[in-house]
Design a protein around this ligand. Sequence first.
Ligand code: ADP
Length: 625
Amino acid sequence: MKQFKAESKRLLDLMINSIYTNKEIFLRELISNASDAIDKVYYNSLTDKKIKVNKKDLCIKLSIDKDNRLLTISDNGIGMDKDELENNLGMIAKSGSLQFKEENVDKKDINIIGQFGVGFYSSFMVADNVDVISKKYGSDKAYKWSSKGADGYNISECEKEEYGTTITIKIKQDSDDYNYSDFLDSYNIESLVKKYSDYIRYPIKMNVTRRELKKGLKDEYEDVVKEETLNSMIPLWKKDKKKIKNEEYNSFYQSKFYDYQNPLRVIHSSVEGLCSYKSLLFIPSHAPYDYYSKEYEKGLSLYANGVLIMDKCSDLLPDYFGFVKGIVDSDDLSLNISREILQQDRQLKLIASNVEKKIKSELESMLKDERDKYEEFYKEFGMQLKFGIYNDYGMHKDELKDLILFHSSKDDKLVTLKEYVSNMKKDDENIYYACGETISKIDMIPQVEKVKDKGYNILYLTEYIDEFVIKTLSEYDGKKFVNVCENNVDLDTDEEKESLKKTNEENKDMLSSMKEILNGEVTDVRFTHRLKNHPVCLVSEGPVSIEMQKVINAMPNDENINAKIILEINDSHPIAEKLKELYKNNSDEFKNYTKILYSQSRLIEGLSIENPTEISNLICELLSK
Ligand code: ADP
């Protein structure tokens, strides 16, 4: 017996012991695998003359053997050879990206089940034993893969006449918690097929017993066993929008895109014109676990006249809308199309540009009409939109700038830039912002207090990318972005400016002595009006802000940059007078005060101090006086 790969084994354990209430989804998973396999053989037959399939014969068959508790799902799809059985079923297809969080295993198995494309494995939620007999198209050998669960699996050669795959599931005995026999009941199976797999393009056939009038008789009935097609076979995206229930969209989305939650929004469109197509797009309600990693592959499934030609066509989606899932089906595309040709295809470019516009307008209308929902979306994918603004040297900033939100100090909620600007006073020229780890930390920044007091609204930037986004935008609606912690914030009246200039002039020697004590760490020391209650702050000068310095220096490369920083002292704080006095009378003490104040200003900015022991000793010395 062969062992499963470690990750697969854990997942399998999870499936077998699953308390997941939706055990029934295993059927849709197996049917959708079967349909994919038929897609493959059908597609190959269209592009390769040597492969011959008769479209009429393509189907999925279900059968039930109640006595032996067996449920069988068979298809005449592409089939699997020995290696494929081993590789596809012996391990999880996406095992590379499988990052199990142990703590989730017990509690939230639903999440785990939904997060990975565990399709085939889900059969172990209802099975004691699973046999897969498969014969690859064009091969003359068939193989049987067989497993009772986590212990491992066997593969052996066997007989099978037609190519394709037959999966036989030995259904578990009923327990107190679950009535597994439901999966041996043909009415139940029929309704599960209708519920989850109605749109599958190939007939799903099963023998069903129907009560019928006896031939020639008026009121005598008999039970007749007939093979019937259970599904309507119309792809969901080709159905009339008005006739589709939400449930159908949700189920389609969940099974096709391996999500355990319903999508946040469904965008179903039918476009006629230069290039006609139908699209069914979904905005997920949460980011997949690997969304912000390299593993994540964006793209839409591309169909040409109902036939799947590419599973994840990335050219159909710009990176910044990479979270969108869905399908595009166009009759205008050629079936016989390679990846390279596809990239140049004019039709495809047209579709991509339409799809992008559509997504954008849907997001805009969500923002306008369903603010809560939009904020939910934004929590998950806002970061992606911000990257979109920042990436490619800001090439797409105009398209995205109205979709981003920041916390506003005045409104105490998220606002768009448009909302910020429309609430500005007439003569105001600047959009103020401040950066920090959290809203409450930003609230404590000394400069923020003063700017707020003057009646201005401040955007609070809490993500590390935010300030880069702002710098990329550089302005909105003719209003400049201004960091309240930067040197060029100018809120004083002319008189106030004059008096500050005078104070600085009068204390020139003292201030430059402080600069010397700080040994080149700051470009300047000066008095300020910027502060209300706080004694000191740091401000930056030039293109690099202190917050950007932190972000850039945290990145794993050798380049360190330093913002030009200035130490500012609140001229109306008692400490100002104290400093002046010490400068005159006690140069040692003056030195210590300078060092302590500078360290304080660094701490407030969230910067580290180089000599914490020295500083804490100095403070203690002062405290003990
Ligand atoms: P997924 O469908 O996400 O790839 P599964 O565990 O359901 O994951 O299936 C793993 C792989 O096994 C599939 O990608 C496919 O290559 C293969 N497979 C599963 N069922 C069939 C089938 N009925 N016919 C042919 N290949 C299949």
